[in-house]
Ligand binder design. Sequence first.
Ligand code: PLP
Length: 396
Amino acid sequence: MTTDFTKTRAMFDLPPGVIYLDGNSLGPLPRAAALRVAQTVTAEWGQMLIGGWNKAGWMDQPSRVGDRIARLIGAEPGHVVMGDTLSIKVYQALASSLQMNPRRVILSDTGNFPSDLYMAQGLCQTLGDRDLVTVAPEALLEAIDETVAVVLVTEVDYRTGRRHDMAALSARAHDKGALIIWDLAHSAGAFRVDVAKGGADFAVGCSYKYLNSGPGGPAFIYVAPRHAETAPPALSGWLGHEAPFAFDRDYRPGRGIERMRVGTPPVLQLAALEAALDIWDAVDLDDLRARSLDLTDRFIAGVEAACPMLTLVTPRDPQARGSQVSFAHPEGYAIMQALIAAGVVGDFRAPDILRFGFTPLYTTFDEVDAAVAILARIMTTGAWDQPQFKTRAKVT
Ligand SMILES: *Cc1c(COP(=O)(O)O)cnc(C)c1O
């Protein structure tokens, strides 16, 4: 397949005058999602009322949509389900893993996203007999030993864009008798992922970044087929029960991935996601990756040539990075605010990182060149050095 990226760009409703390099944080609005949600609200919720659960297929939506995510992450069909937020799914995968493996340690790295680490800390406090151990990302492989019950690893570092080697870490974990959970928050929709070949026991990720489901869109969870009928769901809500509408007093896990469901699915968000996923039907993931690397290489070369005061913190090696580029500067926050005011939307991550997401579905080479030129102007004129760019907002 040869992907037509002009066509995929036209499927998004992008505001004029904005170069959007933040689709790794919140994907933009697919035109079809706006229509689908409106239709779900008026024709399904409005007209069918509670009948929508059966007539409009709302109850099967979490696994139906999960199957479409499965293609993007290399999962076997029938082993991905949608629901809750990513933080909750991290907790569920961790709690399930700790029930499957009685060892003491949850191992993660210091580059992991704080919410993943916070959820692990909370779970350890609840359980009392488990500990979270974190090591530097480069030391993770070696740190997997016989004390480790489960390795919790986010494939792409949210700050630097550095990418872990899934197959190597999974192989080492299994060699040492540990389970491994892959967080694909910055992978799913950014490049081809292969959780089956990569040896993941569990994988989790969110849908509102590269997959464009909109703010608050649900997360996904994958359980490897070898664990599907034995992994305990840990969060034993009624919709993961074998027969939710039997209203039994005692919990019995549902079949396979269905047991990882917890409560009522977010039907409107899933409608938006279903429409957003239609775009991916016309996308070859190898084309996506090739374009992502072309876009990021061009941005790196342009910024390094024009802005020597910015320090690249993303690996140059294409194999070792995701689809974002980050530069460090002590005044990173103010620089990013000045950029946003000039129509280039990236984001800032404490303490000093300017982060730019490259999303081949809609980012163009002309936009990369224009973003480089605007950044260069802001840096050389010192336009960022003004009080209005230095007040921190709640979301950075
Ligand atoms: C974005 C992100 C999250 C966010 O979790 P939510 O519960 O959806 O807010 C968690 N973990 C990682 C690695 C992320 O990148």
